[in-house]
Structures are given as structure tokens and as C-alpha cells.
Design a protein around this ligand. Structure first.
Ligand code: ADP
Ligand code: ADP
Length: 226
């Protein structure tokens, strides 16, 4: 659980591409933020700066009251889920979910408890022995979520996690992610270019265009004053 504060954040890529331009935002602890906007508007870059995967060119980013600009990804208490799942193909579901904890030398019994608990939350207990190739797209996405959950991050980042799913599964998984947020009581930042997802999922929608925040408001406010 953590609040986030973005103070005049810029990302300028080599070649003088300003991908994020004076981004200012306060995200409350446990808030579900949806970052929405057309392709290329700077959503992924913003998320990647929060994860520490991309350097911040200018400005200050706080997680809680800690300035994290120079904090490496592994020390940020953050988990990120991508659209392409990024599962290890040769490992079982169980081992995919356990891997990050093993690296951190978490005791086996604790890993076991966390993996099984996450599997139960996501309804994938029966899939723990399978390899990713024996799973559907929706099941794979759940494993990717599971791998993030077991780390008990303070902030949960999702970059278009539903975009590889078919329409029906997308709606179903959307509902599950909303439930997951309620259950985990964690700060979520969810990136999408899908207006419907934006309007139905978040506590607050942050609309970006050309690296600039156009609007930051509740779905209700956006609906009334688009
Ligand atoms: P979105 O996630 O909204 O599609 P991105 O954050 O991926 O947008 O990209 C924002 C802008 O930054 C785009 O103009 C993109 O081409 C540019 N960009 C993204 N990554 C890089 C990079 N590694 N080097 C140079 N430019 C980049
Ligand atoms: P490693 O070989 O990496 O040491 P193991 O495969 O021996 O790991 O598993 C360690 C523990 O993880 C086991 O005691 C078991 O409880 C649990 N475990 C491993 N795979 C599964 C699975 N598919 N379903 C449930 N529990 C599992």
C-alpha cells in the first residue's frame, strides 16, 4: 500500500523525443488509477518510470514519502504485469509464480503458502503443474497476475494486460481485476487505450495526450464533462 506523487516529471528520449511532459499527479493509497490515451501518448513510459525500468529525465517521483528516482526496481515494492505475460515457458505455473520469491530467498514453506493463496484467489489451483503452453490466453494472464500477487507489492502496475485476450474474456478478466483490487487493497495503475476499460475500472481516469495530462477525474466526472 502506498501513495505516489509525481512532481514535474519529464521523460526525454534520445533524439529529443519528449514522451512525458511535465506530469503532475498525486495518487492516493489504494487508489485504482487508469491511465488512458492513444498509442504513443506516453502511458507505458510513465508506468516504466514508476517501475524503475526507465530513468526519469527530470522531476521527482515519490512512493509514499520516499523519493525513488534513483531506487532500483527491485527495491521499489512494485509489481508489473505486461500484455505478453512474459511467463517462463519451461517452468510450471507453480514455478513461474514461485520464481521471484525463490530469487529473494523466501523460505519454501512461505513461498508455498503464498503461491497457493494467489492461485486460489485467481482460480488456477488446478493448473499449478501445467506449463504455459498448455494454458489458454486468459489462464496465462492469470498466472502473470499470480506471479505479481505473491510478491505483495505496494503498487501494482498493469500495461494493457487484456489486450491479447478475445472480447469475451476481456470483459470477464476486467471484472476480476476490479475484484482483485478490492481484495488486495493495493494501489493500482492500469494502462489502456480502451475507453470502456477506462470508464469501468478505475476510481480515477488520467487522460494523456502527447505526453501531457489532459484530464484527471472520476469516471462520473469524465462522463458528465468529457
Ligand atoms: P504509449 O504507451 O502511450 O503507447 P509510449 O510511452 O510507449 O506511449 O511512447 C511515448 C513516446 O515515446 C512515443 O512517441 C514513442 O515513440 C516514444 N518512445 C518510447 N520508447 C522509446 C525509446 N526507447 N526511445 C525513443 N523513443 C521512445
Ligand atoms: P524445487 O525443486 O525448486 O526445490 P519442488 O518442486 O521440490 O521445488 O517444490 C517445493 C514445494 O513446492 C513442494 O514441497 C510443494 O509443496 C510445492 N509445489 C511444487 N510444485 C507444486 C504444484 N504443482 N502444486 C502444488 N505444490 C507444489
Amino acid at each position: 500500500m502506498a501513495s505516489l506523487t509525481f512532481k514535474h516529471i519529464y521523460k526525454i528520449y534520445p533524439g529529443n523525443v519528449t514522451a512525458v511532459n511535465d506530469f503532475n499527479l498525486e495518487i492516493k493509497d489504494k487508489e485504482f488509477i487508469v491511465l488512458v490515451g492513444p498509442s504513443g501518448c506516453g502511458k507505458s513510459t510513465t508506468l516504466r518510470m514508476v517501475a524503475g525500468l526507465e530513468e526519469i529525465s527530470k522531476g521527482e517521483l515519490y512512493i509514499g514519502d520516499k523519493l525513488v528516482n534513483d531506487v532500483p526496481p527491485k527495491d521499489r515494492d512494485i509489481a508489473m504485469v505486461f500484455q505478453n505475460y512474459a511467463l517462463y515457458p519451461h517452468m510450471t505455473v507453480y514455478d513461474n509464480m514461485a520464481f521471484g520469491l525463490k530469487l529473494r530467498k523466501v523460505p519454501k514453506a512461505e513461498i508455498d503458502r503464498k503461491v497457493k493463496e494467489a492461485a486460489r484467489i485467481l482460480g488456477i489451483e488446478k493448473l499449478l503443474d501445467r506449463k504455459p503452453k498448455a494454458l489458454s490466453g486468459g489462464q496465462r494472464q492469470r498466472v502473470a497476475l499470480g506471479r505479481a500477487i505473491v510478491r505483495e507489492p505496494k503498487v501494482f502496475l498493469m500495461d494493457e494486460p487484456l489486450s491479447n485476450l478475445d472480447a469475451k474474456l476481456r470483459v470477464q478478466t476486467r471484472t476480476e481485476i476490479i475484484k482483485l483490487h478490492k481484495r488486495l487493497q493495493t494501489t493500482f495503475i492500469y494502462v489502456t487505450h480502451d475507453q470502456t476499460e477506462a470508464m469501468t475500472m478505475g476510481d480515477r481516469i488520467v487522460v494523456m495526450k502527447d505526453g501531457v495530462i489532459q484530464q484527471a477525474a472520476t469516471p462520473q466526472e469524465v462522463y458528465e464533462k468529457p
